[in-house]
Write a new protein. Structure first.
Length: 297
């Protein structure tokens, strides 16, 4: 009997491995394989303008950290993220709280604020470019009508990054709102009743005593997703500014694109991609560890 059970257990184990194998192979081919290929390419001098390549070790990484263009792109990305992250996070949270507190038109408001998420950002970026036009744009015409000077949103080095951040905010706030709404819906109502018994009758007290602590997992997820989105800025820059004016909007991924597909330095572009992957991974890991510590406390 025992031998029969052992044989049956081994058959089930082999069946389990057989069922998992296709998905595991697909993950290796789609995710792990390309990552390893990019890491390998970053250690070579591979370009698109000649056949073959040579192994150069860490030369691309040494060049990267000594490159002023890399420093400029990294600085622009951080500045853009500083504009984008607070607005995307707290804007989504504010909309979620405002919509949840309403009893009428709840679903309608959700759809209205979520609509930008369903649109094609590249196409809508062209619409925003028309709205922000320094001569005939609706926004500048409105500013002039109320007595302000027009602003060259996409042509002024001091304004272009906030302008790009505003376009990206318009496209992602609705998505973050839906995530926060899901987190708010999952909070048990009896926690608010218990807080009211303890004297937390004001909405601000209920928010800081119940809502905000219970939203910790959702907040971390939104923060990680929003951070990754901030560092992934590419499409609006490629369509609207092409890194200008004067490289003021040349962000990290756009520099990677230029090095790989404009200058054909695929090895160097691969090194930039690996650096980007490491930064995103560390950023997400730190946020997750901080969230776990907060939840445990």
């Amino acid at each position: 009997m025992s031998n029969t059970l052992v044989t049956l257990a081994r058959r089930r184990e082999r069946l389990a491995y057989a069922l998992v194998a296709p998905a595991s192979l697909l993950i290796l081919l789609i995710y792990i394989g390309p990552i390893l290929a990019v890491i390998f390419a970053s250690l070579t001098d591979y370009t698109l303008i000649r056949d073959g390549f040579s192994f150069v070790g860490s030369e691309n990484y040494t060049r990267m950290f000594a490159d002023e263009t890399f420093g400029n792109a990294l600085k622009n990305t951080v500045i853009y993220a500083a504009y984008f992250l607070p607005g995307a996070f707290f804007g989504g949270l504010f909309l979620a709280l405002a919509i949840q507190s309403r009893k009428r038109f709840h679903s309608v408001l959700e759809v209205v604020f979520f609509l930008p998420v369903t649109s094609t950002l590249v196409a809508m970026a062209l619409v925003w470019a028309a709205l922000m036009d320094s001569r005939q744009g609706v926004i500048n015409n409105t500013l002039k009508a109320v007595g302000f000077e027009p602003i060259n949103f996409l042509g002024d080095p001091n304004v272009v990054l906030p302008a790009l951040a505003a376009i990206s905010l318009w496209s992602i706030v609705g998505f973050n709102m839906v995530l926060f709404l899901a987190g708010l819906t999952a909070i048990p109502k009896n926690l608010y009743d218990a807080a009211a018994i303890d004297g937390a009758d004001h909405p601000i007290d209920r928010f800081f005593r119940v809502t905000w602590p219970m939203l910790a997992p959702t907040s971390v997820f939104v923060a990680v997703i929003t951070s990754i989105t901030a560092f992934k800025l590419f499409d609006t820059v490629a369509v609207l500014t092409k890194g200008g004016p004067g490289r003021a909007s040349e962000v990290f991924l756009y520099l990677t694109f230029l090095e790989g597909f404009e200058y054909f330095n695929m090895g160097y572009a691969a090194a930039l991609s690996v650096f980007f992957l490491v930064v995103i991974f560390l950023f997400a890991l730190i946020q997750t560890l901080l969230s776990d510590r907060r939840v445990d406390q």
